[in-house]
Design a binder for this molecule. Sequence first.
Ligand code: PLP
Length: 444
Amino acid sequence: VARDNGVVTSTEASEQLFDRARAVSPGGVNSPVRAFRAVGGTPIFMASGQGAWLTDVDGRRYVDLVGSWGPMLLGHAHPEVLAAVGDAVARGTSFGTPSEPEVLLAEEIVARASAESVRMVSSGTEATMSAIRLARGFTGRNKIVKFAGCYHGHVDALLAQAGSGVVTLGLPETPGVPSHVTADTIVLPYNDRAAVEAAFAEYGDQIACLITEAAAGNMGVVPPEPGFNQFLSEVCGRNGALFISDEVMTGFRVTRSGHWGLDGEREGWVPDLVTYGKVMGGGFPAAAFGGRRDVMEQLAPVGPVYQAGTLSGNPIATTAGLTTLRLADAAAYERLDSASSQLQGLVRDALDAAGLAYVLQNAGNMFSVFWGVDAPVTDFAGAQAQEAWRYKPFFHAMLDAGIYLPPSAFECWFVSAAHDEEALSRIAEALPGAARAAAQATNE
Ligand code: PLP
């Protein structure tokens, strides 16, 4: 039972659907991060979305701070995106041939970001998986370097010490990934230059690539220390390894290009390969990997590295993504950044008033809270040291007040360009009570 402005409302329809879902699918969800395992309770089944708001199957409204885990940069059901998608659907949904929208979207991405050439896929997982295959094919080397707490999708070789749902569920490793598949994966602490130097000193001539989130957002938000990405790019360059920047979460969100707009573009370096997803699909399954032309041209049909997809560059998905990116102009990023910084201020005010120890960290407009810590979190060990249990009562108090947050303390809060004064004031009303609940929480 949830309360809406003092009125008790039911979550009966969600509960019924969840029972039916559990009978026909594992855990009743199609992605583990949607389950409420870390916070308890029944996942809320959403029926519709509009701007910053979601409406559940019981008819209750929430301010959405998940944004479909990143894609909904403009908020839900933007009328121009819906109109463009409607027109595209009327022309047919998939042709299995090249089509114009995928060219337009690729041109838009190349114009905004660091890639000279891009290949479309359908999920961020496919993008990172393919980028790694390409890096191995291009360099003729097998080893890859990743950072603990970074999540790059559920690619076998990248599930070592991963963030996101893997950390939320406290899984030490994933059965089903044979040890020989991760034997070539070197996992290092994030933001640790000495560890990177040491790994390259030992294995430099065997390392195909280093992959990193452009700013870590899957262990909570842990930004790269100033110059860290540039350093990684240089170390890779010196050792003949490719530097892969995973911008699936940050791409087209934190700036019009992504996190690269906050560091590389200013510092004058470019990643060899980059991966995108989320925002570039406008809520549909579209993702991409791209980068240096000489590397990309190792891909079939030009080169020998095979990669393919029945629905890659799908006309509906690419139309939704293209329309979203065209609407994501300077004014939209200004609204988004301003809503995010106002919200960060509201959260700080409420947590300070409740006397909580916490650190709120951001990478541009992406942010999250680390509970019960008093120093900046720079790596996975620091993120895991937080009092994540304080998040459970906080989350439920917010949910009861009609604010939909990620159901895990290790996830980023996503704001959209549609989070207006009404949405922010609704959040402001909910925060003090939730902060008090977090302050009173005990670790049972
Ligand atoms: N890379 C990063 C940085 C992500 O945050 C995610 C998803 O959260 C992925 C890759 C995987 O994307 P997808 O869930 O579309 O497979």
